[in-house]
Design a protein around this ligand. Structure first.
Ligand code: 4PW
Length: 391
């Protein structure tokens, strides 16, 4: 079977997610295009890189990403670092002829996102593939939703409501990591999770053309977490901890128009007590509706309103399984369910198919740049208190 050398830059939460996905991809998908060979893991903290190397059976560990970029045995680079280094690492890797899968948001500044899309376009001429980590659109229920929408059974799509609600930063003792610093994160909730909800909305209803928004920061300063590893609110710091100003948003809401003619709303917050990974989408059409929530990711609810009799009309629940998109990755019976690990394996599989097939996947850098431009319009609208066109 074909083998591909893997280099991972950033040995935190997302480095782990990519490596678990890569290991599982050929085990879950019988037609997996290749088997990964874990070559080098890079992290700026040497002990973290070494520990990761041992646990994931990498051949080498390093602290300088150029060792990954310059290694002729590495075919694929996974960029799993905080947002401010995505552009530098991805562009260097693309120029060195590596296929690149980079975590989202694509960059901290629109000019960097543009440079990444341009570098990817240039590399694509030589068959090099780029991808951003917008994995949630690959949940089987979301692809099933797309199939249903495209079949026309819901009629013309009129309204899309997408939300991504979490609570891990609702507690003011939840520490300030790189995710709360504009320089490293670019934005707060906006880039971190709003973009996932936006990506799903756009996947199902077309691109957003214009927006009006509200962007808020509720907790203006937070206790500073020592060390670079983001703990996503799992640790709380007391009053005695040093505090730092938060210069990014906690919450974003937009109303928008889609190029399909649908209207919609997208909201995100990391401060919704009681909500954990509450990523939802509801789509209304002239003949029916559908609704989905990541916290129950294997279930898609559909109402074929015009097909049902009065008195029997309502949402039916589909438990996704082998008969739905990406059926290979699911276990034998609907209801046995998949989770985040399998979802990232679907992403790794789609990336692998694109690499071997020589085409750009649907979440390529151009798409990451487009999502960035919607975010830019969201911030501009909030400043101007007015509708803004996406550039
Ligand atoms: O991309 C998002 C992250 O930055 C994820 O989907 C979940 O929320 C997990 O971490 C944050």
């Amino acid at each position: 079977m074909k083998k591909m050398g893997i280099g991972v830059v950033g040995a935190g939460f997302m480095g782990k997610a990519h490596c678990v996905a890569l290991s599982n991809m050929p085990k879950l998908f019988t037609d997996a295009p290749y088997v990964p060979v874990f070559k080098t893991v890079c992290d700026i903290v040497p002990e973290i890189a070494e520990d990761f190397k041992e646990r994931f059976s990498f051949e080498k560990a390093c602290t300088n990403y150029m060792d990954v970029v310059n290694d002729p045995e590495i075919d694929i680079v996974c960029v799993c670092t905080p947002n401010d280094s995505h552009a530098e690492i991805s562009i260097a890797a693309l120029k060195a002829g590596k296929h690149v899968i980079c975590e989202k948001p694509i960059a901290t500044k629109t000019e960097d996102a543009k440079a990444m899309a341009e570098a990817a376009e240039e590399a694509a001429k030589k068959g090099i593939v780029s991808m951003c980590g917008y994995q949630y659109r690959r949940v089987p229920a979301i692809d099933e939703a797309k199939k249903i929408i495209e079949s026309g059974r819901l009629g013309e799509i009129t309204n899309v409501r997408a939300q991504y609600l979490q609570s891990w930063s609702a507690d003011p003792r939840s520490p300030l990591s790189w995710r709360f610093v504009k320089e490293t994160a670019g934005a707060g909730t906006l880039g971190d999770i709003f973009t996932h909800a936006l990506d799903i909305a756009q996947y199902l209803a077309g691109n957003v053309t214009d927006v009006v928004s509200m962007v808020k920061t509720y907790i203006k300063e937070r206790p500073v977490q020592e060390g670079g590893v983001d703990l996503l609110g799992t640790v709380k710091l007391g009053d005695d901890a040093k505090k730092q100003v938060v210069d990014v948003d906690d919450e974003v809401s937009i109303l928008c128009n889609f190029d399909s003619g649908a209207i919609g709303s997208v909201e995100a917050t990391r401060m919704a007590w009681g909500r954990n990974n509450y990523l939802t989408v509801e789509v209304h059409g002239t003949k029916g509706s559908l609704t989905w929530n990541y916290e129950r990711l294997n279930e898609l609810e559909v109402c074929y309103g015009m097909e049902d009799n009065d008195g029997e009309r309502g949402f039916r629940k589909i438990y996704t399984g082998p008969a739905n998109p990406h059926g290979d990755v699911t276990w034998n019976i609907p209801g046995m369910n998949i989770g985040y690990g399998e979802l990232k394996a679907i992403e790794a599989y789609e990336f692998a198919k694109a690499v071997v097939g020589g085409y750009q996947p649907t979440t390529n850098f151009k798409v990451g740049y487009q999502l960035d431009r919607v975010c830019e319009a969201v911030l501009e609208s909030n400043e101007k208190k007015a509708w803004v066109q996406v550039k």
